[in-house]
Ligand binder design. Structure first.
Ligand SMILES: [Zn+2]
Ligand SMILES: [Zn+2]
Length: 465
């Protein structure tokens, strides 16, 4: 058996692992590479994927860094099924179309600039909405805990990863060359006690574990402390008549922020005359999908819903579906909270809100998710004085909050805790989905605590098992 790392190797994005047994060649995840130009160039080169030779794809969850290249591999000849949980299937329908729309818009913008500068407008979108739609009939929906066999000699089981709605840890039982082995791909592992989501499922055995390491080097602050910080940002900007801007991924992050605002409101810390704008058509649709799959939410949320209390709703919540409504938010000089995408401030409506508010002292920008290297979000978090948005330098005058207690990822000690349930001492651990500096720290902790063999594969590395 052979495994090649086509992404999320010494970096966070582009998750894709190609597994080859004597009877099948398939991928675990098919994510988009996001970040610097050098990283994003990997999205264009389909050679290592060889899509026509992929028999099927297992998707751990709907985040674009795990699913965003599906339309591209389909366009380049992949013709097999895509296995995912039910909510992931539903989320893919909206996320892939949205991603395709972004790709088309960016290519059109690049072409306009090329033509204006006297060059040929030959930029081509990574994929189109038509490509994204071609993925949808390939999706096969599976339930947590139920085994299925996508190829001879191969059994797969999805378990709740507790990360976002429908997120799965993949258990893979492979019979290859006369021996049988168990591989586990963690996907993204959720933070225990996260609002909305159940805790990640503990597993007890594997021969080879491919584990995420996003926060391998640090622990999160507690949820209560994070809620306090969000309350502080609101109080700071409300008293100064300014806005709180929250870049948030449309799925999970946004719903957890709504839930947190609901908690602050119950606690009297969200002024009732401060509108909350959910300025992301995608997040609005994603919130509907959360409501549709209540059985996947944690016990606390289900209990609230049964009582008729909707933690994803607020009296002052406004949905802005159209661009005109989105623009109007910044024409009103009033304190408000704006939740918009993308979560790493590298595309989407959030850029307009940052252009209007980032320079204003009194405003707040609240980061609630991981910011990858090379993104505008990361630059702001790292203390940049100015950010380039739409070819204009915007000063950073707003107060910047980084609230990682809302993370959908386990922190270092929580990753180690999840790992502690594995009982096979001869298990090999491969750290993926993390920046190398974080991975090295986590690797030494794992060796010290559990004495597992730990490796940190690099991009395009091939592993023979
Ligand atoms: Zn994720
Ligand atoms: Zn991820």
């Amino acid at each position: 058996m052979k495994i090649q790392f086509l992404g999320a190797a010494r970096t966070v994005t582009g998750s894709c692992f190609i597994v080859e047994t004597d009877r099948a060649r398939f991928a675990v995840d098919c994510g988009m590479h996001q970040g610097s130009d050098a990283i994003e160039k990997r999205n264009r080169d389909m050679t290592p994927y060889d899509p026509a030779r992929i028999d099927f794809i297992l998707i751990t969850h709907a985040h674009i860094d795990h699913s965003g290249l599906l339309p591209r591999v389909v366009r380049h000849g992949f013709a097999g099924p895509v296995y995912a949980t039910e909510p992931t299937g539903d989320l893919l329908e909206i996320l892939l179309l949205d991603s395709a729309h972004i790709q088309e818009t960016e290519a059109a913008g690049r072409n306009k600039r090329l033509l204006r500068s006297g060059q040929k407008g030959d930029a081509v979108a990574l994929y189109t909405q038509k490509d994204a739609r071609a993925v949808l009939p390939r999706i096969r929906r599976q339930k947590y805990g139920e085994a299925f066999s996508p190829a001879p000699g191969l059994t797969v089981r999805f378990q709740d990863a507790g990360h976002i709605l429908g997120a799965a840890v993949v258990e893979l039982f492979i019979e290859d060359g006369g021996s049988s082995q168990k591989l586990v791909f963690s996907g993204d592992i959720g933070r225990p006690n996260q609002l909305l989501m159940k805790d990640p499922t503990s597993l007890s055995d594997a021969d080879y574990l491919f584990m995420e390491s996003t926060y391998g080097n640090r622990n999160h602050k507690g949820e209560l402390e994070s809620l306090d910080e969000l309350g502080e940002a609101i109080a700071y900007s409300y008293s100064r008549g300014e806005k709180v801007i929250i870049p948030a991924f449309a799925v999970e992050r946004t719903q957890e922020i709504l839930y947190s605002l609901h908690l602050l409101m119950m606690d009297g810390r969200l002024p009732s005359d401060m509108p909350v704008y959910l300025d992301s058509p995608l997040a609005i649709k994603a919130t509907e999908i959360f409501r549709r799959h209540q059985g996947y939410l944690d016990a606390e949320t289900q209990a609230l819903l049964r009582k008729g209390e909707d933690p994803l709703n607020l009296a002052q919540l406004r949905f802005t579906a159209t661009t005109e409504e989105s623009i109007a938010i910044n024409e009103r000089r009033e304190p408000a909270i704006v939740i918009s995408a993308s979560g790493m401030a590298n595309a989407g409506r959030i850029l307009h809100h940052l252009r209007h508010n980032l320079w204003r002292t009194g405003a707040s920008v609240v980061f609630v998710g991981f910011q990858a290297q090379g993104t505008s979000g990361r630059k702001i978090v790292d203390g940049a004085q100015k950010i380039r948005i739409f070819n204009e330098d915007i000063a950073v005058g707003a107060r910047v909050f980084t609230i990682n207690g809302f993370s959908a990822h386990a922190g270092q000690s929580q990753l180690l805790e999840w790992l502690s349930s594995f009982k096979n001492k001869k298990m090999d651990v491969f750290l993926v989905h993390g920046e190398n500096s974080a991975q090295k720290i986590l690797a030494s902790q794992i060796r010290e605590k559990f004495h597992f063999d730990v490796e940190i594969p690099d991009y395009l590395d091939v592993l023979q098992l």
